[in-house]
Design a protein around this ligand. Structure first.
Ligand code: ADP
Ligand code: MG
Length: 286
């Protein structure tokens, strides 16, 4: 832990100048911070500890610990410094100037296969690394995938470890978190016992969304979404999927398997034909 300093004596505002707001969350606001001595810009996540319950405070310590654990990982937003002050905690992170993947999805509606593959490869590389360390992210969705460069789909990195959990032993995750539409079925159980595979399910939902423009389990009513999720009930509607490769559908089908033990792992998904090279003939025609 030597490289990430926990500073107590110098205040955050002594070292950083606050700039434009980048995002807003439940307990956090994210803004640009300019490092006064060097002029370098960072993303700063300011977390309000005063309104947190004790459980959330533990979660904050988990978030910091997991970000430190992820420090050497590929395609993971890096944490540089932590300031713990009375009311607020500041996480000084790598600035992702390209914004959220969500913005790109709204702009493009659907991705070509090679574009989806570049994006998903980044996410799977980050997850394979974290999963090897037995950390589940638990909130994989386009709002938490950030780009260094808006135009470069190979520049996607995984952010927001606020729900991440170190899975000490199998079946160690027991809190409901995440976002309807991306939530794995095992996370919906009354006494959920799940492991890192829950992230793979969310990636399956994400590939489905990138290629077809909609989520596999979708309804205005969250309860309906949960029922569809529990049953793993989804279709490749021919109107959206007719021109999409077999390999993409195969991979999605292996990710959206209700039983986490039978679901493909992030590492194996990286080796799948679609992620490695896709269907060059089909992609030439796209
Ligand atoms: P929360 O836990 O509240 O969801 P996030 O860590 O996801 O907080 O940050 C909220 C939003 O702030 C993100 O969705 C993103 O738009 C923006 N953001 C977070 N981290 C960065 C960063 N390193 N660079 C650029 N923008 C960021
Ligand atoms: Mg977030």
């Amino acid at each position: 832990d030597q490289d990430v300093k926990s500073v107590v004596s110098v205040g955050f505002d002594d070292v950083y100048k606050r700039g434009r707001k980048l995002g807003l969350g439940a307990f956090a606001v994210v803004f640009i911070g300019t490092h006064r001595p060097t002029g370098a810009e960072y993303a700063v996540k300011q977390i309000d500890r005063s309104t947190m319950y004790w459980g959330d405070r533990d979660a904050l310590q988990d978030e910091i610990a997991n970000l430190k654990l992820a420090r050497e990982g590929p395609n993971i937003v890096q944490l540089y410094e932590v300031y713990e002050e009375r009311a607020f905690c500041y996480l000084v992170m790598e600035l992702m100037e390209g914004g959220e993947l969500l913005e790109l999805i709204i702009e493009k509606k659907t991705f070509l296969e090679h574009e989806a593959r570049s994006s998903i490869k980044c996410v799977l590389q980050a997850l394979a690394y974290m999963h090897e360390k037995r950390v589940a992210h638990r909130d994989i969705k386009p709002e938490n995938l950030l780009l260094s460069d808006h135009k470069d789909l190979n520049s996607i990195k995984l952010a927001d470890f606020s729900f991440a959990k170190y899975v000490r032993k199998r079946n160690d995750c027991r809190t409901l978190c995440g976002t309807p539409g991306y939530l794995a079925p095992e996370m919906l159980e009354r006494f959920p016992a799940y492991d890192v595979k829950c992230d793979v399910w969310s990636v399956g939902c994400l590939i489905f969304l990138l290629l077809s423009g909609c989520l596999p389990f979708d309804d205005e009513d969250d309860e309906v979404v949960f029922d569809l999720t529990r049953n793993g009930q989804f279709d490749f509607h021919p109107q959206n999927w007719a021109s999409i490769s077999r390999g993409a559908k195969d991979l999605i089908s292996h990710m959206l398997i209700v039983n986490p033990k039978k679901r493909i792992s992030a590492a194996k998904a990286l080796e799948s034909k679609w992620v490695e090279k896709g269907d060059p003939e089909l992609e030439k025609r796209q």
